[in-house]
Design a binder for this molecule. Structure first.
Ligand SMILES: *Cc1c(COP(=O)(O)O)cnc(C)c1O
Length: 390
């Protein structure tokens, strides 16, 4: 069997282990310590954000962001529909209701026009949304100028879900640094990883220090254990933060490697009938966390994203359909949703291709050779059918 090619696997540099060894040597094996502080500084510097709290996951970061903004049971929170379920689950943890908004076609992220319609409609229904969660999907920045203008007009805070977008830039600003709060993820499949982990970033010191307090079991300042809030155990361990510090040293390299994967796919696949890519609008810079294609079966001699996925699977190559929109998920389908058909079509026709920064040129050629082979065979078949009809 051919060597397995993964969608997006962890890629350690050379310094991570030294940081972890230092953790063992100093016995700082705890959910705090010098590497936690160091990793927070590294992230603040990189994103140009004043304050960072590193946490046990991106999901925990979103949960704390919603709590910091005062979201409570019965509230409504607007969330991009085209995303991973972790963008929406923390809304449900709080007993609040997610209101889903569909995507636009240039970035596949939250459609600003539809966002405004949703806000107006929710206000008319009697409830002003408490927060807006746009997502920078697959590393592509959302239309933040438009989204921020609407959010500011209605005075609703924005939490940017930048879990997939560390190293992506929107008009010279780091993704995650534009809204009131931003969240990052260092899960095993993300552009850099600490095995599992996340961060909450903001220029608002009070929001971050309160979140850090809640994440550390909400211990009041007292020699005994005293609590006046419900707390969480959401902090990142010093061991994981050590890995994160090492990964920060190679982040720019990882972005360059992922962007090179994307260029290979564009060079090898964009002439195939019905295959298209999502390109960066002017001023947008994507880390290309995952390279994705759309396959239009009306133009591709009947080839679908599913025939491609199965052909790759037969060759021991992992690929995956795009995120299934939240408004179509059994667990969320009864929630209010403002849809325009874009995310549903993306889900039907889109495929994520292997995108790890550790893929070799030979790996990338294996992927594109399988796909090109499939299209060549379909073309021969299509012309045979055509001749037999003569
Ligand atoms: C990965 C991811 C998250 C959750 O991050 P975890 O660290 O895995 O909890 C949230 N939103 C999006 C869009 C993600 O891709």
């Amino acid at each position: 069997m051919n060597k397995k090619i993964w969608l997006s696997s962890p890629h350690m540099g050379t310094k991570e282990f030294e940081f972890v060894k230092d953790v063992f040597d100093s016995n700082w094996i705890a959910p705090l310590g010098p590497h936690v502080d160091g990793f927070e500084k590294d992230l603040s510097t990189f994103t140009g954000t004043a304050h960072t709290a590193v946490l046990s996951s991106g999901t925990a970061a979103l949960h704390l962001a919603l709590i910091a903004l005062g979201v409570k049971a019965g509230d409504e929170v607007i969330c991009q529909s085209m995303t991973f379920s972790a963008s929406a689950n923390p809304i449900a943890y709080l007993g609040a209701t997610p209101v889903f908004v569909d995507s636009e076609t240039s970035t596949w992220n939250m459609d600003p026009a539809l966002l405004e319609q949703a806000i107006i409609d929710r206000i008319e229904n009697g409830k002003k949304p408490k927060a807006i969660i746009p997502v920078h999907l697959y590393g592509m920045p959302a239309q933040m100028n438009e989204i921020m203008a609407i959010a500011n007009r209605y005075e609703i805070p924005v939490i940017e879900d930048a879990a997939e977008a560390l190293g992506s830039w929107y008009r010279e600003q780091a993704c995650g640094s534009i809204g009131k709060l931003g969240i990052l993820s260092f899960n095993g499949n993300k552009i850099i990883t600490t095995s599992g982990g996340g961060a909450l970033i903001s220029n608002d010191e009070t929001l971050i220090s309160h979140s850090r307090f809640l994440a550390t079991q909400a211990r009041d300042a007292a020699p005994h254990y005293q609590h006046s809030h419900i707390g969480y155990n959401y902090r990142m361990s010093n061991v994981c933060a050590g890995i994160g510090r090492g990964q920060m040293l190679v982040l720019e390299e990882r972005v360059a490697q992922r962007r090179a994967n994307y260029r290979h796919y564009v060079a090898q696949l964009s002439d195939l009938p019905g295959v298209t890519f999502v390109s960066e609008p002017v001023g947008f810079f994507s880390n290309r966390w995952l390279s994705t294609i759309l396959v239009n079966p009306a133009k591709s001699n009947g080839i679908t994203r599913e025939t491609i996925r199965l052909a790759l699977e037969r060759e021991n190559i992992e690929s995956r359909p795009l995120w299934k929109p939240m408004h179509m998920q059994p667990v969320f389908e009864k929630m209010p949703a403002y849809v325009n058909g874009v995310s549903e079509k993306l889900f039907d026709n889109g495929l994520c291709l292997p995108s790890g920064s550790n893929l070799t040129p030979a790996d990338l050629w294996r992927v594109t050779d399988v796909i090109r082979g499939l299209f060549a065979a379909a073309k021969v078949n299509a012309s045979r059918t055509y001749q037999s009809q003569d």
